[in-house]
Design a protein around this ligand. Structure first.
Ligand code: CMP
Length: 138
């Protein structure tokens, strides 16, 4: 069993895509074992995306991620990190495969509706960033 962090980003929340994304998760048997809405400050968004601090898009990304509420979730399942990443599709929605969340819903490389952890170590950091163990139902 593996866990991963999933985020419905501010563009997804604002565009009423929470239900559409969660339906995809459930149809693909990705179990939600924790969920809440958060409205990050700029500093909190910078902490979450600290690995991207040197990237040219860091400033814009952290402004975007602190521009409105997000839905954060912990998903559980076998190989869930890779399975959820496959369901999300490529970061750039124009390169995302047909049938993926980003292909269907995203409008922009930055405003790409969803986020998912990319490795077990990242997932541990990202889950701990938003949830304590009493908020996760396994
Ligand atoms: P995410 O999977 O959350 O990981 C980092 C985020 O940075 C990514 O989704 C996009 O929102 C954003 N991002 C990645 N690459 C670019 C880029 N080339 N230009 C703008 N934003 C990007």
């Amino acid at each position: 069993m593996q866990n991963t962090l999933a985020i419905i980003k501010p563009d997804g929340v604002q565009r009423s895509l929470i239900g559409g994304v969660i339906t995809r998760l459930e149809k693909n048997h990705l179990s939600i074992i924790a969920m809440k809405m958060v409205y990050m400050t700029k500093t909190q968004a910078e902490g979450f995306y600290a690995v991207h601090r040197q990237r040219p898009f860091f400033e814009s990304l952290t402004n975007f991620m602190s521009s409105g509420p997000c839905v954060v979730m912990v998903l559980e399942g076998e190989n869930v990190i890779a399975r959820y990443r496959e369901l999300m599709g490529a970061t750039n929605y124009e390169e995302a495969a047909e049938g993926t969340i980003r292909r269907e819903f995203a409008t922009d490389i930055e405003k790409n509706v969803v986020h998912g952890s990319d490795a077990p170590e990242t997932a541990a950091f990202e889950i701990g960033y938003f949830f304590n163990r009493f908020e996760i139902v396994s």
